[in-house]
Design a protein. Structure first.
Length: 329
């Protein structure tokens, strides 16, 4: 039986669940931009797109050439279609509005155009993360974006790995599409992904152990103690250092991902960004039956105070995330 294309799947969603046609168009436009990013990433050194851009982003991080290329591809693909009022990105200090030459729409698009940048030059999987909010304000100002994660109307990510995959939710489950590079279509490969409630696999950057707060330290120590310890089972560990890749693995087989706050920068609640990393991933994880917290509070309930604010992240198999929260209580 032929696989459903992304377009066919979204039109079916429009007909069966009343999804707004402009939201469908927006998701298809993001998918088209993802294909162009996948093509650029796939060229690597042959396309002259590797290495540093010799610039820094609002986070003070050195930007890779592909960070900027991917950011521009998402802006150029989405600015003319009439679905958006504004866009915000990890790579831009301020949101960008829609040029006066183009119609404005009712949605806000936020994205991390290329997540996992430290992996770009060593050919390890990277990705794009995006979030969609409703525009309640005609101005393209930061305040219009400061809505809690529960306000998202859609979220998704792309993984640029051995396959290019596009994983989305519009609030009715999580669905995975794989790019057919012969035809250029995204085809449905998994519908209604479900994350197992329990796991024996954790993902964390262990080199930061000495900086962790006590509850995280205790949780990881218990995992390392294995079957002889209080958990009574052995654990495995993975850390890709691309959130998209670690989350995608959890979507496939369960697990828990932790990027906790640590004592290196006590003033920062964590490394990852709330609006265009943690919130979209938290919506996807919850839609697949998992849980996502900052260690104690549900991520989707956090009221944002700034566009680029950071947050601690503990997400994945529901029972494991709840266990960490009990240790932190
Ligand atoms: P570290 C990538 O830069 C990123 O934002 C996430 O994708 C990833 O999970 C994390 O940072 C990796 O951080 O400190 O292990 O390099």
């Amino acid at each position: 039986m032929a696989r459903l294309s992304l377009t066919h799947f979204l039109i079916r969603c429009e007909r069966t669940s009343g999804m707004d046609a402009n939201l469908r168009l927006l998701l298809e436009t993001v998918a088209r931009a993802v294909k162009t990013i996948s093509h650029a990433v796939g060229h690597g050194a042959l396309g002259g797109v590797l290495g540093s851009a010799q610039t820094s982003n609002v986070q003070g991080e050195t930007q890779k050439k592909l960070d900027i290329i991917a950011n521009q591809m998402l802006i150029e693909a989405n600015e003319w279609g009439g679905t958006l009022a504004a866009m915000a990105s990890e790579e831009m200090d301020q949101p960008v509005g829609i040029p006066v030459a183009y119609p404005r729409g009712d949605y806000l698009l936020l994205f991390d155009p290329l997540d996992g940048s430290s992996n770009i030059d060593v050919n390890v999987s990277i990705g794009t993360i995006f979030s969609v909010l409703r525009a309640h304000d005609p101005k393209a100002e930061e305040a219009a974006f400061l809505q809690p994660g529960t306000s998202q109307v859609a979220a998704g990510y792309a993984v640029y790995g051995p396959q290019t995959q596009f994983v989305i939710t519009v609030g009715q489950g999580v669905h995975e599409f794989t790019l057919d590079k012969d035809t250029g279509s995204f085809l449905l490969t998994r519908e209604n992904l479900r994350i197992p409630a329990q796991t024996q696999e954790f993902a964390i950057n262990m080199s930061n152990m000495r900086h962790w707060e006590a509850p995280v330290r205790r949780y990881i120590d218990e995992c390392l103690a294995g079957a002889d310890g209080p958990r009574g089972k052995d654990f495995n560990m993975r850390w890709v250092a691309s959130m998209v890749s670690d989350v995608h693995r959890i979507m496939q087989r369960g697990g828990i991902f932790l990027y906790p706050r640590d004592r290196r920068e006590p003033g920062k609640p964590g490394k990852l960004r709330l609006m265009y990393e943690a919130n979209p991933m938290a919506l996807l994880i919850e839609q697949a039956g998992g849980a996502a917290s900052n260690g104690t509070q549900r991520i989707l309930d956090i009221q944002p105070t700034s566009l680029h604010q950071r947050v601690a992240v503990v997400l994945g198999s529901r029972e494991e995330v709840e266990y960490v929260a009990r240790l932190s209580a």
